[in-house]
Design a binder for this molecule. Structure first.
Ligand code: MEV
Length: 307
C-alpha cells in the first residue's frame, strides 16, 4: 500500500502554468492505494477511466505490453475538485502502487514524472506543481521551466508553528468548473487582455519571492498582506467567484486574510479557501455562520510513502 497527502498553494496557482514560481505545501489529508493480483481479467470496477489513463503511461515507460490483472482499491480523505490536488494524489498513488506491483524499484522521481503525464491527460496544461508536492511533500518551491524541466526545491525550513497553527481551510464547495476549464479561461484572457495577465504574473512572482523570507522570519503581518494581495491578483484574472470574494472581504474586514488555493471557480464554490487569522476562532465563526465546513490540519507533511 502507498499513501499520498493533499496539497495547497500558499501562492503561485495559475502563475505556475506560465513558468512563474509557486510555493506549495503538503497537507495532512491522505489518500491510500493498494494494488494486488487478481484473476478477474476484466476488473469492471469504478476505476475504468483511471485505468485507461494510467496504464498506457506505465506500459510505455516500462516498455511492457500490458499489466497483469490486478485489483485496485483507493480510499481518500481528500475532497475531489477542491484545490487540494486530489487528481494529482490519485495519479501519484495509483502509479506508485502499480510500479510496486510490477516490482519496479521504488523511485519517487519516476512516480513524479509519470504522475505529471497523467495530470496532462486530466487537465491539459498542468504546471506539474500539484504532483510534485504530493510526491515530495514538505514545503516546496516549484517552477516549471519547460515541459521537461522544473525547479523543485524543498525550502530549507518549515512553516513556523506560530504561523502554521493559524491557518484554517474552509470548504466553499466544489467548483462547477474543472481545473482544466479554469486554466483554459486564463489562457483565453491572456489572448484577449494580455496586459491583465502579464501584470498578474509579475505581481505574483514578486509576492512569491517575498513570501519565502516572510515565512522564514515568521512575519505574520506581512504574511497576511501577501495573502490579501495575492488573492486580489487572482481576482483580476477571474478565478474567484463573487460569492467567495465577498466572503474573503469579510475575513479581511475582521483582520484576517484568505485566498483560493488551487484552480478556483467562477460561479459559486471555489473549493478550499486558505484562511489565516491571528485568532483562527474568528475564521471558524465566519465559516459556521455560512454553514461551511472547515478544518485545521498539519502543513508540510510527508509526501508519497510506502505503508
Ligand atoms: C491547480 O491546483 C493549480 C493550477 O495552477 C494549475 C497547475 O498549476 O497545474 C491552477
Amino acid at each position: 500500500m502507498v499513501s499520498v497527502p493533499a496539497k495547497i498553494h500558499l501562492l503561485g496557482e495559475h502563475a505556475a502554468v506560465y513558468g512563474k514560481p509557486a510555493i506549495l505545501t503538503a497537507v495532512d489529508r491522505r489518500l491510500s492505494v493498494t494494488v494486488f493480483a487478481s484473476n478477474q481479467k476484466e476488473a469492471l470496477d469504478e476505476y475504468q477511466n483511471l485505468r485507461q489513463i494510467i496504464e498506457p503511461i506505465i506500459t510505455k515507460e516500462l516498455k511492457i505490453k500490458e499489466i497483469p490483472p490486478y485489483k485496485l482499491t483507493i480510499s481518500s480523505q481528500i475532497p475531489i475538485g477542491s484545490g487540494l490536488g486530489s487528481s494529482a494524489a490519485v495519479a501519484t498513488g495509483v502509479i506508485a502502487a502499480l510500479l510496486l506491483f510490477l516490482k519496479v524499484k521504488w523511485n519517487v522521481n519516476l512516480v513524479n514524472k509519470l504522475a505529471f503525464e497523467a495530470e496532462k491527460v486530466f487537465h491539459g496544461n498542468p504546471s506539474g506543481g500539484d504532483n510534485a508536492t504530493v510526491v515530495f511533500g514538505g514545503l516546496l518551491w516549484f517552477q516549471k521551466i519547460s515541459q521537461d524541466k522544473k525547479i523543485i526545491k524543498h525550502l530549507p525550513f518549515s512553516i513556523p508553528e506560530k504561523l502554521a497553527r493559524n491557518f484554517v481551510l474552509i470548504d466553499t464547495g466544489k467548483p462547477a468548473e474543472s481545473t482544466r476549464e479554469m486554466v483554459n479561461g486564463v489562457r483565453l484572457l491572456s489572448q484577449e487582455k494580455p496586459k491583465v495577465v502579464e501584470k498578474f504574473l509579475i505581481d505574483q512572482q514578486h509576492l512569491t519571492h517575498e513570501l519565502v523570507e516572510v515565512i522564514k522570519n515568521s512575519n505574520e503581518e506581512r504574511l497576511m498582506q501577501i495573502i490579501r494581495e495575492g488573492e486580489r491578483n487572482l481576482e483580476t484574472i477571474g478565478v474567484v467567484s463573487p460569492y467567495v470574494s465577498s466572503m474573503i472581504r469579510i475575513i479581511e474586514a475582521v483582520g484576517g486574510a484568505a485566498k483560493i488555493c488551487g484552480g478556483g471557480g467562477k460561479t459559486k464554490g471555489t473549493g478550499m479557501l486558505l484562511a489565516y487569522h491571528p485568532n483562527p476562532l474568528v475564521i471558524k465563526q465566519i465559516a459556521e455562520k455560512r454553514k461551511l465546513s472547515f478544518f485545521q490540519t498539519r502543513l508540510g507533511v510527508e509526501g508519497l510513502r510506502r505503508e
